[in-house]
Design a protein around this ligand. Structure first.
Ligand code: HEM
Length: 520
């Protein structure tokens, strides 16, 4: 008998047994986990779909498909305004949740609780520098204090000359692309191409180019040159990848694979577009620093206070301001354009407002657009129908737990308001899928208009709200002054076909533009 063969066989049997036992243990543990999550977890009494209450996997799967906000609405209609969407996570569509989760607290002394920290699985990754949008409380407060003055209404008005420069360039370029001598083929406007159908332009691109060029100048002292080239800069083109990779990175963390994510990120076999993006930010930052600190732009406070911040902090904040400050605004402009083009009466009323309020285009500026009450209602209604941040903005319940929408939630649980679902719930708005700006002009008890907080509230609300609103009113007014618009055929389901991640993954928005001819 061959002893070595017997030893080998025995070894094989032992190894097989160990693997088998481990597999059974893992399986038992997983089953126990499911049972625990359903019957013994501190959130067991909260309603929600069984598969999601039982395991995180269902949440991750639906989130990666970009469908979670739509599911939350479905569940909100079925289970009510507080839904358990993962074993340790609650989604809210109840208006009180805004204040309870995101509001300012004055500390335990007056019976409040501490500020709810941002959930690390969404906002922080080990070893990767976070920005103001993800930073921990003390660093956040300092960053916010230094940046706030530059985002005040007055400071933004002082920057009007920059905004005006790019909006005027947008209008000039759109006119050029609408001129008869410019011809184009395949519906894609480009000088020198043969014309098929007139003036069909992708407004998603033009809005993105404009808001990126503005933010580029306001942050780094140089635009991305998108409007000049009528083409995407690689940086701008990367945004889609950044939007898509957000939930993928979150999935790694929720599955306990953060170390693998960090390794992959460092060695660039995961999310390499993000690493490339960081390199480009660094190059722009170098050029900005070479300009000195005299410029009154968004990066000046961080560069001036460089003893407070290392290079990584300045870089990550430069990157987040660029994306947060442009993609969201361009998204809302696309949304309002699409919704108006699908509501001819609203479009006509708004066009009339713009063309009768002003006698000439020169009268349209960042201050005078404040008179356009119907436009403000249209923009707010678009932010309701198509909020740029459609998902939850997850926070962790602080030590001691908290009462949210009259129910106690234990510490450590993840909670958030889901904007898209909240704004489309019939509990909050009558005919929620209807684009109806009048609901924001006439007081009406059926619409809970205070629910609408697209810029969030509290200490971590949007720092760029003044800029965003000023810019959107100004761009939309100038477009409506100059052009008549019609939605290109084939785009009727533009909004329905989108995936909703932390931001929307939006397709092109082809629109026919016809310049308005005025008698001189
Ligand atoms: C329509 C346009 C915009 C919308 C709807 C919007 C919405 C939001 C929301 C909901 C948040 C909170 C995110 C969270 O809690 O995770 C936020 C944060 C933020 N936004 Fe905006 N935003 C817009 C435009 C802008 C602009 C123009 C800028 C700047 C140039 C900007 C810069 C930021 C920054 C830096 C934060 C993080 C603030 C902090 O944590 O203190 N946003 N925004």
């Amino acid at each position: 008998m061959d002893v070595s063969k017997v030893t080998m066989a025995l070894r094989f049997l032992v190894v097989e047994k160990i693997i088998g036992t481990c597999a059974i243990l893992v399986l038992l543990l997983a089953v126990w986990r499911l049972i625990y999550n359903i019957f013994f977890h501190p959130l067991r009494s909260y309603p929600g779909p069984l598969l999601y209450r039982a395991s995180r996997l269902s949440y991750i799967f639906t989130q990666l498909q970009g469908k979670l906000p739509f599911k939350v609405l479905e569940w909100s209609n079925k289970y009510g305004p507080v839904i358990r969407i993962a074993p340790d996570e609650l989604a809210y569509t109840h208006p009180d949740a805004w204040q309870n989760i995101y509001g300012h607290y004055t500390g335990a002394k007056v019976g409040g609780h501490e500020e709810f920290p941002k959930s690390p699985a969404t906002y922080q990754t080990k070893g990767i520098q976070v920005s103001i949008a993800g930073d921990v409380r003390d660093r956040h407060r300092k960053l916010r204090r230094q940046l706030a003055p530059i985002f005040s209404e007055r400071a933004i008005r002082d920057q009007e000359v920059i905004i005006d420069k790019y909006v005027s360039l947008l209008i000039k370029r759109l006119h050029e692309y609408c001129e008869d001598e410019i011809s184009y083929a395949d519906g894609e406007a480009r000088p020198g191409r043969k014309k098929t159908r007139p003036n069909r332009l992708d407004l998603r691109a033009w809005y993105n180019w404009t808001t990126f060029d503005i933010i580029g100048d306001m942050s780094y002292g140089e635009s991305f040159g998108c409007l000049e080239k009528a083409a995407y800069d690689p940086w701008v083109a990367d945004i889609t990848e950044t939007v898509r990779s957000g939930p993928e990175m979150q999935a790694f963390k929720l599955l306990g694979l953060e170390d693998l994510l960090v390794l992959g990120y460092r060695w660039q076999w995961l999310f390499s577009a993000r690493t490339e993006h960081e390199k480009r930010v660094e190059q722009k930052l170098n050029r900005r620093i070479a300009l000195g600190t005299k410029r009154n732009d968004f990066l000046a406070p961080l560069i001036e206070n460089k003893h407070d911040w290392d290079r990584g902090t300045i870089r990550s904040n430069a990157a987040v301001l660029t994306i947060a400050g442009s993609e969201t605004t361009a998204t809302t402009l696309c949304g309002v354009t699409f919704l108006l083009l699908n509501s001819p009466e609203c479009l006509q009323r708004l066009t009339e407002e713009v063309r009768t309020t002003f006698d000439s285009e020169e009268e349209i500026n960042m201050t005078s657009v404040g008179k356009l009450t119907y436009m403000i209602a249209c923009l707010n209604e678009s932010l309701r129908r198509y909020p740029p941040v459609p998902t939850g903005m997850p926070r962790v319940v602080p030590k001691g737990g908290a009462t949210i929408v009259d129910q106690f939630v234990p510490e450590g649980m993840v909670v958030s308001v889901w904007q898209w679902a909240m704004y489309h719930s019939t509990k909050n708005f009558k005919e929620p899928f209807k684009f109806n700006p009048d609901r924001l002009l006439n007081s009406n008890t059926e619409d809970k208009v205070d629910t609408l907080q697209p810029f969030s509230i509290g200490p971590r609300n949007c720092i760029g709200r003044n800029l965003a609103f000023g810019e959107m009113k100004f761009i939309l007014a100038r477009i409506l002054w100059n052009f008549d618009m019609e939605l290109a055929t084939g785009s009727e389901d533009w909004m329905e076909q989108q995936k909703a991640y932390f931001l929307w993954l939006k397709p092109e928005l082809p629109v026919y533009l016809k310049p308005v001819r005025r008698k001189v």
